[in-house]
Design a protein around this ligand. Structure first.
Ligand code: GDP
Length: 454
């Protein structure tokens, strides 16, 4: 899902890593890349323009943040804009105060409406609702039967013309042949039989046409649906935008369902539909099976596109945990060419601890799957021991660990309740960290957070 777009954006951000500062040229190059990636992913041009101009506006005015380097800030901005373009907050179904809630499905033939009716019905049933599917697609010869099959698999009753809901359930069958009447009768039937949600499947044509639009508009007028969901096949590329506009004008809808997201490598069309119609994506259909269906969360989708695991949560936590005063001291130190000391090391460990369980934090990093085993072996208590060791040192020893001879090391080990070998290991590791800090200073990386992705 969105694989290509995701790959391209990730590559763009990778090229920014390690930059301490973004020049205007960097911003330009990044925006060009994002623009290309979006266009190649089939995102509609006006949406791309709007998106990139917002990114530029915000990237140019990037405030120097103490917790995030510029590259991370760009990722953050792109993510926020992506969430916005995907509709912002998760939009949930609106249920009617007086049941039944009427949900009408609209879209082209083959978009996945009938399949969606089953998925939605099953999903609602699992939440304790008593949905009814109504077969108002009388265009396609097999549509009614198909809905009945889907309904059966979903365990949801189907109201169909001619047949009624099933033999003898007392629908006066006047609706034969007229989709609008079937819809109206279906809703009346649901009210009568206490189905609290009605899902109306409507006819689609292969292309947009006036008659089809009129029929959908008539069904809408006759049933006053609480939600009209426009179902769109994410694989149809740029056509999705034209189709969406036609349905928006001809029928009007309150939400979008993206179907066949499983088969779509580009998916940009999906982003565009929200951008051009202003209606949110509410559900995503990701396969032919009834359970391959999910509530659409713009924020989660954006992280998936950016392939960031939960790195944004991590970034946010870093921002929160970051001790500004400590960071300023550190920055001043680095500027003054002073060395990173064990005292700084200790302060940083405290900051890291603020970020919550280290294990959990590492688990949020993308690509951490392979490291899971190592993570499982990671002992957070070791951090406490390191802390105890450093705290057992004198200020001089913390600033200049090289004075730590054998007898001093023994004293520190005793004082911290550890072994001399552990003290040795710590001093050795610290030496490495110090080297790293020197390298970072030269490379202009983010001070204060060794081990953070940067
Ligand atoms: P309708 O004409 O809008 O009612 O579309 P259908 O529900 O009949 O779906 C058309 C075809 O797309 C069927 O073969 C479905 O099995 C398939 N389909 C529907 N949703 C999905 C999906 O999310 N993923 C995949 N791979 N196929 C789907």
């Amino acid at each position: 899902m969105f694989a290509t777009l995701s790959d391209r954006l990730t590559a763009t951000f990778k090229s920014l890593r390690g930059k301490g500062r973004l020049s205007e040229a960097d911003v330009d190059a990044t925006i060009r890349e994002i623009r290309r990636a979006l266009l190649d992913a089939d995102v509609a041009l006006p949406v791309v323009r709007q998106f990139t101009s917002r990114i530029r506006e915000r990237a140019v005015g990037i405030e120097v943040s103490q917790a995030l380097n510029p590259a991370q800030q760009v990722v953050k901005i792109v993510n926020e804009e992506l969430v916005g373009i995907l509709g912002g907050e998760t939009r949930r179904l609106r249920f009617a105060k007086n049941p039944p809630t009427v949900i009408m499905l609209a879209g082209l033939q083959g978009a996945g409406k009938t399949t969606l009716a089953g998925k939605l019905g099953r999903w609602l049933r699992e939440q304790g609702h008593t949905p009814l599917l109504v077969a108002s697609d009388l265009q396609r010869p097999n549509a009614v039967t198909q809905l009945e099959v889907v309904g059966q698999r979903a365990g949801v009753p189907v109201f169909a013309p001619e047949r009624g809901v099933s033999e003898g359930q007392g629908v006066s069958g006047t609706s034969q042949g007229d989709p609008v009447q079937v819809a109206r009768d279906g809703v009346a039937f649901a009210r009568d039989k206490h189905h609290d949600v009605v899902i109306i499947d409507t006819a689609g044509r292969l292309g947009v046409d006036g008659e089809l639009m009129q029929q959908a508009a008539d069904i809408k007028a006759a049933t006053s649906p609480d939600e009209v969901l426009f179902v769109v096949d994410a694989m149809i590329g740029q056509d999705a935008v034209t189709t969406a506009m036609a349905f928006m004008e001809g029928v009007g809808f309150t939400g979008v369902v993206l179907s066949k997201l499983d088969g779509d490598a580009r998916g940009g069309a999906a982003l565009s539909v929200v951008g051009v119609t202003g209606q949110p994506v509410m559900f995503a259909s990701t396969g032919e099976k009834l359970e391959e269906f999910e509530l659409f969360h713009p924020d989660r989708m954006a992280s998936r596109i950016l392939d960031m695991g939960d790195i944004l949560t991590l970034i946010e936590q870093a921002e929160k945990a970051f001790d500004a005063e400590q960071a300023e001291k550190m920055a001043a130190k680095l500027a003054a060419d002073e060395d990173f000391t064990l005292e700084d090391f200790l302060a940083q460990m405290a900051a890291l601890k603020n970020m919550g369980s280290l294990k959990k934090m590492l688990g949020m990093l993308p690509g951490m799957g392979e490291l899971r085993e190592q993570l499982d072996n990671f002992d957070e208590r070791e951090m406490d021991r390191v802390e105890a060791i450093i705290k057992s040192m004198t200020p001089l020893e913390r600033r200049q660990p090289r004075v730590l001879n054998g007898s001093r090391r023994l004293r520190v080990a005793k004082g911290s309740g550890t072994q001399v070998s552990e003290v040795n290991t710590l001093i050795e590791r610290f030496g490495e960290a110090q080297k790293m800090m020197r390298a970072m200073r030269r490379g202009g990386g983010m001070p204060g957070m060794p081990g953070m992705p940067g």
